[in-house]
Design a protein around this ligand. Sequence first.
Ligand SMILES: *[C@@H]1O[C@H](CO)[C@@H](O)[C@H](O)[C@H]1NC(C)=O
Ligand SMILES: *[C@@H]1O[C@H](CO)[C@@H](O)[C@H](O)[C@H]1NC(C)=O
Length: 498
Amino acid sequence: MEPTRPLPCLLLLLCLPSCPGEGAQAGQDFKVQQPQDTVSVTAGQTLNLTCIVSERGPLGPVKWLKGWGSGNETVYEQTGSFPRVTRAVAESSTDFSIHLRDVQPEDAGTYYCVKFSKSLTGGDVVFRRGKGTEVSVHAKPTPPVVSGPGRRAGPGTSVSFTCTAGGFFPKDIGVKWFKDEALISAQPPQVTPGRTESSYDMSSTVTVTLQESDVRSRLACEVQHPTLTAPLRGGYQLSKALRVSPSVRVVAEPSSPVVLNKTVNFTCHVTGFYPGDVAVTWLENGTELKVESIPRPVETPRGLFELRSLVEVQATEEKAGAVFTCRVVHDGQDPISGTAVLRVAAPGGGTQSDQSQPGSLDVIYVVVGVVCTVLALLVAAILYLIRAKQSKGKSSPSARLHEPEKSSEAATQESDPNHLTYADLNFAKEQQTLRRMVEMSQQSEYACIQSSRPPASDDGNLTYADLDMVHLSKAPRRPAPRPEEPGSEYASVQIPRK
Ligand SMILES: *[C@@H]1O[C@H](CO)[C@@H](O)[C@H](O)[C@H]1NC(C)=O
Ligand SMILES: *[C@@H]1O[C@H](CO)[C@@H](O)[C@H](O)[C@H]1NC(C)=O
C-alpha cells in the first residue's frame, strides 16, 4: 500500500507547528477565515472583528487572542467573563465575529481568531488560526495645553511658550500658533512615543517678544489630527507672562512755594503697571509716613493699572525743604520712587526751602543790600549835617531879610510902604511869634519887635534889633517914623518856640 503512506505525512506538514494527531483527520480542510487585514477604530468606539470557521471541525473552542507567542492575551472565549466583548451572532458555531466596546489605544495590536482542539491530555492546543487582523486605534489628541514661563517678564523680552497634546494616533499631527488670531510661525512639533505603544505625544514651542499691549493678547495653539473633525485649541493669556513696571511721579500742589502753615497736597501718580497689585509707601526725609489708606489700583482701558495716593502736609517752618518720597514695590521688583520737596515761602518773601537755586541770586541780594546801606548811611550823614547846621542856627538868634511880598502876612502896618524888607529873627528865649517893625534911620538901624497880641498897657519899652549885629536890646519906645522916610527899611523878626 505505497500510495496511502505519504498522506499522513503531508497532513503532518500542513498542521505545523503542532498536529492534533488523530483528531486532525476530522477537519483536514477546516478553515479559519479572518477577512480583515487591518482595521482602524477610533478610541471610544466599538471594534468589530470578523471570524468565520468551517462547519465541521475537531472538538475544541474558538478563541480570540491578541498577540502571538509570549505576551498573548485572550480577548474572548466562550467561558469566562469578557465584559467589553459580545458575539456578533450569538451561539453561532461558524461565525465567531465579536464586538469590542470602548476601544482604547492600548487595544491596538494584532488579533487572531484561533480554533483549538482537545489534546490527548485534555488540554487545548491550537488547531487552526486566522491570518490575524491588525487593529489600530485612532486616538484623538488630548486638548492642547499651553504653558508659559515660570516668571513674568517685561516688554521687549523674548519668552517661550509650549503647547502639548498627547495620546493621539496616528502619529501625524499639525500644530499652528496664533496670537490674537494672527498666525505666527513656529518650529514643527516634536512627536514622541506616548504613554502606550500605539499613541504619541506632541510638544511645540513658540517664541514671542512681549509687548506692553500684550496685556490683552491671547496666544492660541491649534492642533489638527485625522481623528478630529475640527481643530482643537489651547489658549494662553499673555498677561500671565507679562509684567509692566509702573512709572512713579510725585506732584506737589501747589508746586510753587506756599505761605507758612498752608496745606500742600503731595500726589503720587503710579501709572501703567501690570499686574495690578502694588505696595505704596510714603517717606518724609527717608522716614516712613503713616498714611491712612492707599487706594486700590484702577484698571485703564488699555488693561494696565494706575493708582493715585494723596498726602496732605502742613507747610510748617520745620517741614520746609522736607523731601517727600513715594516708594512703590511692584511684583516683587526693586522699589521705584518719586520725590518732591516741600517749598515754603520765607516770611521775607524768598523761599526757605528752595535748594535748587544757586547762590548767584544771594550775591545780588548782598550787593543790593550793601549799596542800599551805603546810600542810607550817606543820606543819614547828610541829614545829620543839615540838622547840626540847623541846631547851630537855633542856638543863636538869626536874622534874614525877606522881600515884602513873601511875608505879607507879617506886615501889620496898613501903612507899609511898597518897598519894605523884613527880617526873620530866631530867638531862643522867646516863645511867641512876634511881629516887629524895624525902623531905619539915617544913622542907626533898629528893629521894633511886637508880640502878636500887643500888651494892653504899653509900657513903652520895645525890643529893638540891631540888624547889623543881630542882637536885641531894650530901649524906650520911640514912635515909629510916619510917614516913613524914603530911606527906611523894615525887618520882621521871628522868634520860634523852644
Ligand atoms: C499564550 O501565552 C501563554 C502563556 O504565556 C502560553 O502558554 C501560550 O502558549 C501562548 N499561546 C500562543 C498561541 O502563543
Ligand atoms: C503756624 O502754626 C504754628 C503752630 O501750628 C504757629 O505757632 C505759628 O504761629 C503759625 N504761623 C503762622 C505764620 O501762621
